[in-house]
Design a protein around this ligand. Structure first.
Ligand code: NI
Length: 182
């Protein structure tokens, strides 16, 4: 297994629209495992392949505290949505930034698993929110796109400043995040 590099906003590669997965071979299985390892290490609760510069429609999610409930969604399609939920979202590609986004609180999804087997599932709560956030990634969209131009510009400047500070003092250990990004 291997840790993959997570692209950060405003990297233009995050704007790529991912293609459907058609081959479910051993290499694809390794990609799924590497994405879980990368997400757990970050740490985060969801990761889309777009974020590791692989432009295939693959999402991994684990919202459990014990980090032992793996969800894999390949070629996900939302079949229905209902309700609304406002959640303070974060994103591994927008480190340290959290803001409120409104999404559906319940979704029905059709997807394939890591072996290519199709399934349908009803999701609610943070799992439903997380899936919608990750599907946005596959379409080249980020949660900051829902915020005002002014906020997005502030975020871009802050991330730029943080990257420069990290480059100047690379030895400083990262503090444990208070909130877990999607
Ligand atoms: Ni994200």
């Amino acid at each position: 297994m291997a840790l993959l590099t997570i692209l950060e906003y405003p990297d233009p590669r995050l704007r790529t629209r991912a293609e459907p997965v058609t081959v479910f071979d051993e290499a694809f299985g390794r990609l799924v495992d590497d994405m879980f390892e990368t997400m757990y290490a970050a740490p985060g609760i969801g990761l889309a392949a777009t974020q590791v510069n692989v432009h295939q429609r693959l999402i991994v999610i684990d919202i459990s505290e014990e980090r032992n409930e793996r969800h894999v969604f390949v070629n996900p399609e939302i079949l229905g949505k209902s309700g609304t939920a406002v959640t303070e979202e974060g994103c591994l590609s927008v480190p340290g930034i959290f803001d409120e986004v409104q999404r559906a609180s319940r979704v029905r999804v059709r997807a394939r698993d890591r072996h290519g087997i199709e399934f349908e599932q009803d999701l609610e709560g943070i799992l439903a929110v997380c899936l919608q956030h990750e599907i946005d990634h596959l379409d080249g969209k980020l949660f900051v796109d829902y915020l005002s131009d002014l906020k997005r510009e502030r975020i871009r400047k802050k991330l730029d400043k943080d990257r420069k500070a990290r480059a100047a003092a690379p030895a400083a250990p990262a503090p444990l995040p208070a909130r877990v990004p999607l």
